[in-house]
Design a protein around this ligand. Structure first.
Ligand SMILES: *[C@@H]1O[C@H](CO)[C@@H](O)[C@H](O)[C@H]1NC(C)=O
Ligand SMILES: *[C@@H]1O[C@H](CO)[C@@H](O)[C@H](O)[C@H]1NC(C)=O
Ligand SMILES: *[C@@H]1O[C@H](CO)[C@@H](O)[C@H](O)[C@H]1NC(C)=O
Ligand SMILES: *[C@@H]1O[C@H](CO)[C@@H](O)[C@H](O)[C@H]1NC(C)=O
Ligand SMILES: CC(=O)N[C@H]1CO[C@H](CO)[C@@H](O)[C@@H]1O
Length: 369
């Protein structure tokens, strides 16, 4: 299958190796904070009584520490972006923050939780409790207090430090997959048309981003939703087993369009701040949509019968040619696909990849308060 991806992955691996040589110990920003869902989770769900977890083999088959709770075979989006930003170590999970040294906390925390959504009830009714965006922001408040203590009991010093960091937020996929698309568990589909639903999601997201701003965030990358209708899980559950489910992609696109408008609005309202939009379908577009591999790399259960469990079977098999696969399980990309997406969000290759600037330029910005 995707020869293009294989070649691309090889080239990108070389770029990553090269980059790590000369930026080693030279972070472009002092800190990086991560909010989001399973594309970003690095172990925050491990101790929760939820079905939305990935801390068992074959997850982590290509990760040095094995199955850590990352929903892929190797590094995830946040890991690769941290490396591109010049960090020597991955950003620690909030679940382990209490064990982390002060110096580590100053470099950032990862709050992301598999299954999490903009809405608090998302995923709860079908898979169990997860850490919603509101709860991730509450956890960030704890971190902000700790940082104020570290910096001499000064909230002002904390806000100043936090203003220099990069923030990435990737949330909203589950408000569709584990909410709007499951009317047997959630009332949203009978309450809202797709356009109304996108609007209420964006309104709530807007408040959440203002909260993040109030904690000091000034450089924020917002990741748009992916082509959910093309994931193996959606194709199995809502399609005819072969092609992308277009009505789902259209619903997700309504959200993305409104998110771009929100980026404009926030940048107009907060002159000392830059929000950017990462177009997830654009940054994954080296692989033509027509060759999206509908078979996950790992062994998954009966997708049409399981109310949204899209993860690998515990101790199931994994395909040997993982660098050639886009999808790792029924919902999550492989590390190879994440490398491609992270690289293009960091340095845009097409004008449609990021708006108005890419993460590399966001990091370089000199914003005055
Ligand atoms: C989210 O819902 C849970 C369970 O109903 C509740 O315990 C929690 O306080 C809610 N969190 C927020 C931020 O609303
Ligand atoms: C169903 O699958 C066939 C190929 O087997 C395809 O030609 C057709 O467009 C699909 N229909 C829908 C509604 O996706
Ligand atoms: C995202 O990129 C695709 C091209 O892959 C483009 O068709 C689409 O309009 C872009 N969406 C937004 C919201 O910029
Ligand atoms: C998967 O589950 C569906 C719905 O329960 C059932 O109709 C189908 O036969 C199952 N497929 C397999 C391969 O077991
Ligand atoms: C998944 C989905 O969008 N289902 C339905 C939700 O309700 C509208 C009517 O407002 C239907 O058109 C959708 O198909």
């Amino acid at each position: 299958m995707p020869m293009g991806l294989k070649v691309c992955h090889l080239v990108l691996s070389l770029i990553l190796m090269d980059l790590s040589k000369w930026v080693n110990g030279a972070e472009q920003v002092p800190c990086y904070f991560i909010f989001g869902d399973s594309l970003w989770d690095n172990g925050n769900n491990n101790a929760l009584s939820t079905k939305a977890k990935a801390n068992y083999p074959p997850y982590g088959i290509d990760f040095p520490e094995g199955a850590t709770g990352r929903f892929t075979n190797g590094r995830n989006m946040g890991d690769i972006l941290a490396q591109l930003l010049g960090f020597e170590n991955f950003i620690p999970s909030f679940a382990h923050a209490s064990n982390a040294k002060d110096q580590e906390i100053l470099r950032g925390v990862n709050y992301a939780s598999g299954g999490a959504g903009i809405r608090n009830e998302t995923t709860r009714n079908n898979l169990g409790p997860v850490i919603s965006m509101d709860m991730q922001l509450q956890n960030h408040q704890n971190t902000a207090s700790r940082i104020a203590k570290i910096l001499g009991n000064s909230e002002e010093s904390a806000a100043k430090h936090l203003s220099k960091c990069i923030y990435s937020v990737g949330i909203g996929n589950n408000d569709y997959i584990n909410n709007y698309l499951l009317p047997q568990f959630y009332p949203t589909n009978s309450s809202y048309t797709p356009d109304q639903y996108a609007t209420v999601l964006i309104q709530q997201y807007s408040l959440q981003l203002k909260t993040l701003y109030n904690f000091g965030a000034r450089k924020v990358a917002l990741f748009g939703l992916g082509l959910i209708g093309c994931t193996p899980g959606c194709i199995a559950m809502y399609g005819n087993g072969t092609s992308c489910v277009e009505y789902i992609n259209n619903e997700v696109q309504m959200f993305n369009t409104k998110l771009v408008s929100l980026v404009d609005e926030l940048n107009n309202n907060f002159q000392d701040t830059k929000f950017i939009y990462v177009n997830t379908s654009s940054v994954s577009s080296s692989v033509p949509a027509t060759v999206i591999n509908t078979s996950p790399c790992c062994e998954v259960g009966n997708l049409t019968a399981n109310n949204g469990v899209l993860t690998c079977i515990p101790s199931g098999t994994a395909c040997p040619n993982r660098a050639e696969h886009i999808m790792w399980d029924a919902a999550h990309p492989t590390e190879a696909a994440y490398v491609m997406m992270a690289e293009r969000s960091y340095k845009a290759q097409l004008p449609s990849d990021t708006y108005p600037i890419d993460i590399h330029h966001l990091a370089q910005l000199n914003l005055t308060n």
